[in-house]
Design a binder for this molecule. Structure first.
Ligand code: 9MR
Length: 403
């Protein structure tokens, strides 16, 4: 009895990670010492039952981020009048599922209500309005957010500050002012600067590191850098470029995370693109695993059914690890391999980089799985026979796929 409860306690506090069965992305990440693997979600998607079921599969997702409902236009649509219903629904879901919550985003130039973007401001009035927003929203969610994206996308591609009402009326001091207000409102939340195109070296990544130093120079708390990682198949950064950029942040004494990962391609997708995408996903996961201060990875929704990409980049899409029918793509195996849940080798044939994973005898059972679908793995109870023309290939102990 005593022994059993000690084992349960050890497992609960993660002292015996290698005894745990890594059946999915989150479990594989945790087995390597990460805090989570997670996904964005949005309120409108929660009425889709098959979607909701997989969203709550904590083997894959130990963390969720609301992709819209905690933004300024949603939480303070008119001045000092707050509305938390949408954000609360996602926060409650995270609690019910036992998932961590990343809260997104307090100060951003986009999805601002009109009263902010078109208001008449002085330095003093905008500082007051911004502090009020940060304070009220962060206080409402106090104790519930693992992390807050306090300031989002403050930079242009060349590393200069992006034009916004905040920069215009407050200057760069809006950054430390926002972080100080968030720290006062929710002292336990990790406070992040979050941006895109800061995953590989360049002027924007250098400027993101400068923002960390700026906030630190004010004596204000900043805990992390969020690299959104909206990447493109084929021009995704190499693992070494990802690793060196990651350590340029963590060497400043902050943690880091990939916060909005997706890897888009030109439609229609081909097998070669999907294989390349799998390898690109693998590289991001591997870079995070290799840096002890990279705490986790969040994909910007897990299925192409709800990806933002086709609306913003016409002709592009298929960016997520699951397709529109909620079926896993090769990207899933790539992620799992990068997280250390499987082994993979990379080969280059005729200019195309392919990731192949070790295969062994397929499992035996009944049922027919389609190409790319799962056909086996520890605890797998679905079909284990592949549709004609494909074979069930073991990717790792937890996942076999029809290829
Ligand atoms: O996923 C969000 C999408 O539903 C919204 O239409 C869009 C509006 O800008 O914002 C998306 O999320 C963005 C995130 O908040 C910040 N980084 C870029 C994301 C994709 O645009």
């Amino acid at each position: 009895m005593v022994q059993l409860s000690s084992l349960a306690a050890a497992l609960a506090v993660g002292l015996l990670p290698n005894l745990a069965v890594a059946a999915g992305l989150h479990e594989a990440a945790v087995a390597k010492g990460k805090l989570y693997f997670g996904t964005a979600t949005d309120n409108g998607e929660l009425s889709d039952s098959p979607y909701l079921k997989q969203l709550g599969n904590t083997a894959d997702f130990g963390q969720i981020t609301p992709s819209n409902s905690m933004k300024w236009e949603s939480t303070e649509p008119s001045q000092n009048s707050f509305s938390f219903a949408g954000g609360d629904a996602i926060a409650d879901l995270a609690k019910t599922n036992g998932q961590k919550l990343r809260c997104h985003a307090l100060v951003w130039h986009s999805q601002l209500p009109n009263w902010v973007s078109s208001g008449t401001w002085t330095n003093e009035t905008l500082v007051a309005a911004m502090k009020n927003h940060v304070t009220k929203v962060a206080t409402h969610y106090k104790g519930r957010c693992y992390a807050w994206d306090v300031v989002n996308e403050a930079l242009n591609e060349d590393g200069t500050y992006r034009d916004s009402p905040f920069l215009k009326h407050i200057g760069e001091a809006y950054l430390p002012i926002a972080f100080a207000a968030a720290a006062a409102a929710d002292p336990t939340a990790k406070l992040y600067y979050n941006d895109y195109n800061i995953e590989s070296p360049g002027p924007k990544a250098t400027a993101a590191a400068k923002i960390v130093k700026l906030i630190q120079s004010y004596g204000v708390k900043i805990d992390g850098v969020g690299m959104q990682a909206h990447l493109i198949v084929g021009s995704s950064p190499s693992e070494s470029a990802l690793s060196s950029t990651l350590s340029s942040y963590t060497s400043l004494g902050v943690e880091a995370a990939y916060t909005e990962l997706d890897i888009r391609l030109k439609l229609p997708s081909t097998d070669a693109q999907l294989a390349q995408q799998s390898n690109d996903y693998r590289a991001v996961a591997a870079a995070c695993i290799k840096n002890t201060d990279c705490v986790g990875i969040t994909i910007w929704d897990w299925t192409d059914k709800y990806s933002w990409i086709p609306d913003v980049f016409p002709g592009e899409g298929a960016a997520c690890p699951w397709d529109e029918k909620l079926v896993k793509k090769p990207a899933y195996a790539g992620l799992l391999a990068g997280l250390g849940g499987g082994s993979s080798t990379t080969t280059t044939t005729a200019g195309t980089t392919m990731t192949t994973t070790t295969s062994s005898a397929p499992p035996t059972s009944t049922g027919v799985a389609q190409k790319w679908e799962q056909c086996g793995g520890l605890h797998w109870t679905g079909p284990t026979v592949c549709v004609s023309g494909t074979t069930c290939q073991k990717q790792n102990d937890y996942y076999s796929q029809c290829l």
